[in-house]
Ligand binder design. Sequence first.
Ligand code: GLY
Length: 565
Amino acid sequence: MTSLQPPWRALLRIVLGVVLSASPLVASAFRPVAARHAMVVSSEPFASEAGLEILKAGGNAVDAAVAVGFALAVTHPEAGNIGGGGFMLVRLAGGESVVVDYREEAPAAASRDMYLDSEGRVIPGASTEGALAVGVPGTVAGLALAHQKYGKLPWRRVLAPAIRLAAEGFRVSYGLSESLRADAEQLAKFPESRRIFLRDGRPYEPGETFRQPELAKTLRRIARDGPAGFYQGPVARALVETMRKHQGRIELADLRHYQAKVRQPLQGSFRGYAILTVPPPSSGGIGLIEMLNVLELLDLGPPNSYQSIHLVAETMRRAYADRAAYLGDADFASVPVGGLTSKEYAAKLREEILKAKAEVAVQAGHPADFEATQTTHFSVVDADGNAVANTYTLNGSFGSYVTVEGAGFLLNNEMDDFTTKPGEPNMYGLVQSEANAIAPHKRPLSAMTPTIVVQDGKVRLVLGSPGGGTIINTVLQVLLNVLVFKMDIRQAVTAPRFHHQWMPDHLVMERWGFSADTIQKLEEAGYKLEDRDRMGACESIEIDPETGWRFGAADPRAAGKAVGY
Ligand code: GLY
């Protein structure tokens, strides 16, 4: 391989700079990764390779997904986890589909007002940092349940790549080194996090090897004992001791109580495609289907034109207002899933939108902190046509920043996804209602939206994204890019994104992604625009309906990888 000399580099930078600033869709010129049989796409290359290893060893898509999930817990500690939770959507080649809900849940000692002071004000940071912010983790139970139902290879075999990565170590990427530095101050507040993730004040440089012997031991225990190796015994006791030390509320009984749940996927339709996605406690599926229903019968014009942005943004505004008003864990609150996802309701919204210009929000906007959006998504398709879309998270980057002492893994801060106080925004600026109030064993409302699109009985798309409140809109836009604008999956994933979530009343646009004329027109129409460097990381797969070839697209916003064979 030839290396570029400095003058060439400088010239290349100038040329790239000119091209990038001139053409919003420039990155769409890159091709997706093509494979004949199977594909894995995740936000971290070692984890994608772990999935491929398992597929080549004879595993199916679920085996590979479980391997990726555990590997990310080692190599992508910002979001990959065994101390958090998420949703896995599985669609088998025969047509059966299922959601494994392994969302975290509130401990028994949680209560509605646990983050309010004696005067009813939200205590800053209480639901986002430290042990009180931690929900009972679901990942190990969820991955084990998926494997038990659908896996082909032995459990120990699918954990092997993660154990190897933790024990032998892996080369720290630029991205991991950067995110460890970005959150160093918060991680340093917890001695075990400081010791493991900041090497006691000598943060890892890119290219250095990061070994995690305590995590390897925990993973070996899980490989040997299954979920009991996490929810009972020494790991569970270490978790509870860490809780007590830092004033958290999770007890051994909460860990024993935790169960991943099998749910029916939500199913919608859009211009002849079947949309499979996740039900509550995620708002993702309801929001996605509600928006697709509205947009189905609208002429969107060219992608990212004023017309399409206006119509899609007005649709987003309404779906997020409904999210704020109605959604929560449907096992605890009454959630009007049928009404919100009906075509009749969509027709009413559509009529309203066609009359509307950019509306002024009903209430004043809240300032939103859009920085901490570290969830992660991966997609897998195997040679038989089984597909998995999995999104899981610690919530914020590195979650609560608390590491379980002696067990080597970080804990989530998912309690912040509950309504800490009705009308008060959470860390994503999302305002929520009583339906999402805290209660013992309840699961906080999520925006995670792992989704599979089926065309003529066969999987066409597998996708999902991180991004907190922006997740649903990222998935929506990638779907529209393929199904309406006929982009290939790489173009669809790369195309610039925008986001509206009702409150705050801002239209957030990826910087440099849109033409100056379009931006001017949006401003003239009354939209309050806000710039963002990037939104989401939609790790996606498209299957060519004619040939069956698998095309993987790792989102260029993250440093992930699509690998197949
Ligand atoms: N914690 C982000 C989400 O579940 O939406």
